[in-house]
Write a protein that binds this ligand. Structure first.
Ligand code: DAH
Length: 367
């Protein structure tokens, strides 16, 4: 805090000197102001009622002055006051002007600079392949359906002819929602392990004849490795009508594989087991890398296993209570394929994780 010196000498010359000293202090301080907060401190130092420079001048000079000097001192004190007030106001204006100027300068826009380019994204390769599969079947007259990812035990297993506690359930390591022990088993929720439950849901909604494909995400408690992911995509297919036979299944899938992998690809059907189809088959395609001659990719067999399929088991129709799914009158085929698996083959992707990591160096290859 600035302390105003006491005066011993009240002669006009001494008064002039004392005042001149304060004037030059005022000038020096004004010159050193840079910010609003500098200015506030400065203002308070001079103007504060308690102990401000002007108050001190009033107390130590004017009040203490001998009677005959009071007039002289009073005049100078007034002059000083006027000068200080003017200086304070001018300083404020200056600071204001320069900070507004600085802000304008900072915010200046050079509209001639090139803009920030926002690259246009493309469809993710998994969805692209999923859509491609779906459109192959749409072209054959199939409609497209969807179902929930959080599914009941009934739709995911029981209605697909997996009896409760049947070991066939162990082939799909299932993620159950916790804390449902008090519910009846068939109402318990789980993350669907396949898109097949949407077969039942579709038949409950739509009467035969039915031709539908169902793309979607499925979940399994599988550890991540080069070819497995706990979350992946499938496309399910279902065709129900009178007189549907295994040759319809073969012809349909053979056509679809040629549409997806090229017309030289061959298919073959290998006996397999699924609870919801009878008979069941694994469909294999001739190795798309070596054309069937045998290579490391097809383990020198010339064939690559691609999907599960079969004729709809009559028991499955039995679970559809209405809409006339009477297995003595109708028949059907079904199939289910892994989208990532097909994408891996189509694009020769080494590891399934690449699909999920979001690395642009990988993704931009599909642009
Ligand atoms: N849902 C089976 C799975 O995820 C795949 C499958 C096999 C689907 C045969 C079908 C089918 O529709 O008929 O392993």
């Amino acid at each position: 805090m600035y302390t105003v010196p006491k005066l011993d000498d009240y002669s006009p010359a001494a008064l002039d000197r004392a005042v001149a000293e304060l004037f030059s202090a005022l000038d020096a301080e004004t010159a050193a102001l840079h910010s609003e907060s500098d200015w506030k401190e400065f203002r308070d130092r001079w103007m504060a009622r308690k102990n401000g420079v002007l108050t001190q001048v009033n107390d130590t000079w004017l009040k203490a002055a001998p009677k005959e000097a009071k007039r002289d001192v009073g005049q100078r004190v007034n002059e000083l006051k006027a000068r200080a007030e003017a200086a304070i106001e001018a300083a404020h204006e200056k600071i204001h002007a320069s900070s507004a100027g600085a802000r304008l300068e900072r915010e200046r826009l050079d509209i001639t600079l090139p803009g920030i380019r926002r690259p246009i994204g493309v469809k993710h390769p998994v969805l692209r392949v999923q859509d491609e599969i779906v459109s192959v079947f749409k072209a054959m007259g199939y409609s497209v359906g969807e179902g929930p990812e959080v599914e009941t035990d009934y739709y995911n297993f029981e209605s697909l002819n997996f009896p409760p506690n049947h070991p066939a359930r162990d082939t799909q390591d299932t993620l159950f929602i916790a804390g449902q022990e008090r519910k009846p088993a068939r109402e318990r929720l789980l993350l669907r392990t396949h898109t097949s439950p949407v077969q039942i849901r579709s038949m409950e909604k739509l009467a035969p004849p039915l031709r539908i494909v169902i793309p979607g995400k499925v979940h399994r408690n599988d550890p991540l490795d080069a070819t497995h992911s706990p979350v992946f995509h499938q496309v399910e297919g279902l065709a129900v009508d009178t007189n549907i036979t295994f040759s319809d299944l073969k012809g349909t899938l053979d056509h679809a594989m040629k549409a997806l992998f090229g017309s030289s690809v061959k298919t073959r059907f290998y006996p397999s087991f699924f609870p919801f189809t009878e008979p069941s088959a694994d469909m294999q395609v001739s190795c798309i890398f070596c054309g069937g001659k045998g290579c490391r990719k097809c383990k020198f067999s010339g064939w690559i296993e691609l999907l599960g399929c079969g004729m709809v088991d009559p028991n499955v129709f039995g679970f559809v209570k209405h809409n006339g799914y009477d297995s003595s009158k109708i028949s059907g085929f079904a199939f289910g394929m892994g989208v990532e698996r097909i994408a891996i083959l189509k694009y020769e992707v080494e590891e399934i994780q690449l699909f999920y990591e979001g690395d642009v160096r990988f993704l931009e290859q599909f642009a």
